[in-house]
Design a binder for this molecule. Structure first.
Ligand code: ADP
Length: 442
């Protein structure tokens, strides 16, 4: 009101809907806002003061933009989401009626597409027989025409059988790496879901992807999770059986020469359903054994490439001590040795590190706190010396390498370590009797 009296008003905007008046001073240096008052003469007075009436003093968002943002954008978003979901559901529907639930039943097989850092046969130490067997597959994947010409059909499925940690997964990856083809990998247990039918649709999905990418390798780890014998137990596992049936159907469903090779790994061959192992399915078996002395030495060397070593390290001695260890355990031994070196502030691994870590892997860590009384220690010492003396007195017994009475976390209170000179496949009666004598010597 004062400013109208002083005729100090520039532009004016009366905003009925928001009950406010927005105006500027004469020079338009400032913008003011005030509420509406019930003053019928206001317009006239403003007019008299020379104000210019206007619709846009402050830059407002344009009504068109406001309309777009508040109405069209949400609608567009909803349509977008709707279409995405319906497309997903259509996909599922074509994949099987059982998998209509959004986002489920899709196999999450990881695709390892060819890459230069892929694992090669040279990374897998030992296991020469398995490598030789698998190199035929590599050759086939490189040049399928050669095999088709003769009329030979490649096995569709190859079963890698062996104890855990012997390098089955590594070998499968190496086949893919050597052949330079995509590698689909999935674990048997990943197929088995809570809902009946999900596993089957995952199998379908996996094979669909694989056929699109052929030539390629499908690797199913721990196939015993789905491939166990169907023995009609009461309350059997419907889901697992459906998954297995689907796998069998898929394997029958494709031509043996279409370039999809299925590798599967198990450590329990005897528990597999015979339908899986019959010719035409997993008809080739590649045994992957625990490494022998030479194999162990090679595996140790492969893994020791990654760590710095002292000159004292003698791999053949370590390999002899680690008799019966799998590839994974040997990898672990090297790693434990490196950790021990770091703990002792050294930048290289010594023979003692490796020897100690064999004991860690076999018998667990040393128990530091004195848990035994002197009397108990004495008993353990007599016991271990008993073993060692009897062994040493015999001519056909492996030499004693070490006697210890340091308790380990595995529960051993001490032990006597005998190390064979080389591989040992057969035992004579005398050796067996010696062994029994040594075991009772304690
Ligand atoms: P599996 O599938 O038979 O249980 P993996 O192939 O997963 O065993 O092996 C586990 C680990 O053990 C590998 O990542 C590797 O470090 C080591 N390993 C096992 N066997 C060998 C081998 N023959 N040569 C080199 N490393 C091996």
């Amino acid at each position: 009101m004062d400013m109208t009296a002083e005729e100090n008003i520039g532009q004016v905007e009366i905003n009925q809907s928001d009950n406010e008046i927005i105006f500027t001073d004469k020079d338009e240096t400032a913008i003011y806002k005030t509420g509406m008052v019930d003053d019928p003469d206001l317009t006239q007075r403003l007019y008299d003061s020379g104000a210019r009436f206007s619709g846009q003093i402050i830059e407002q968002t344009s009504p068109l933009l406001t309309f777009l943002l508040t109405w069209l954008l949400p609608i567009a978003i909803f349509i977008g989401i709707g279409q995405y979901m319906s497309r997903k559901l259509m996909n599922r529907a074509s994949g099987g009626a059982d998998s209509m639930i959004f986002g489920m039943g899709k196999s999450n097989a990881k695709v390892y597409v060819k890459s230069s850092e892929g694992i090669r046969f040279s990374d897998v130490a030992g296991e020469d027989e398995a490598k030789e067997n698998l190199s035929e597959i590599v050759d086939y994947l490189h040049n399928p025409a050669k095999y088709r010409e003769i009329g030979e059909s490649m096995p569709k499925g190859i079963l890698l059988v062996g104890p855990p940690g012997t390098g089955k997964t590594m070998l499968a990856k190496a086949v893919a790496g050597e052949s330079n083809v995509p590698f689909f990998s999935m674990s048997g247990s990943e197929f088995v879901e809570m809902f009946v039918g999900m596993g089957a649709s995952k199998v379908r999905d996996l094979f669909k992807q694989a056929k699109e990418k052929a030539p390629c390798i499908v690797f199913i780890d721990e196939i015993d999770a789905i491939g166990q014998k169907r023995d009609g137990r009461v309350g059997g596992n419907d889901e697992r059986e459906q998954t297995l049936n689907q796998l069998l159907t898929e394997m029958d469903g494709f031509e043996s020469n279409n370039g999809v090779i299925i590798l599967a790994a198990t450590n329990r061959l005897e528990s597999l359903d015979p339908a899986l192992t019959r010719p035409g399915r997993f008809d080739r078996r590649v045994p992957v054994e625990l490494p022998d002395l030479k194999g162990r030495e090679e595996i140790l060397k492969v893994h020791a490439k990654k760590v710095k070593l002292d000159e004292s390290v003698d791999f053949s001695a370590i390999a002899r001590m680690a008799s019966g260890a799998s590839g994974a355990e040997l990898a672990n031994i090297v790693n434990e040795a490196a950790l021990r070196a770091v703990r002792e502030n050294r930048s290289y691994v010594t023979q003692a590190d490796l020897e100690e870590s064999i004991e860690v892997v076999i018998a667990g860590y040393q128990k530091k706190n004195a848990i035994l009384t002197d009397q108990e220690k004495k008993v353990v010492a007599y016991h271990e010396i008993g073993h060692a003396l009897v062994a040493a007195k015999q001519s056909n017994s492996a030499p004693v390498q070490k006697i210890t009475i340091v308790p380990r976390t595995s529960g051993a209170l001490g032990y006597t370590m005998q190390v064979e000179e080389g591989n040992h496949y057969l035992m004579s009666q005398e050796e067996l009797e010696n062994k029994i004598a040594t075991l009772t010597g304690g």
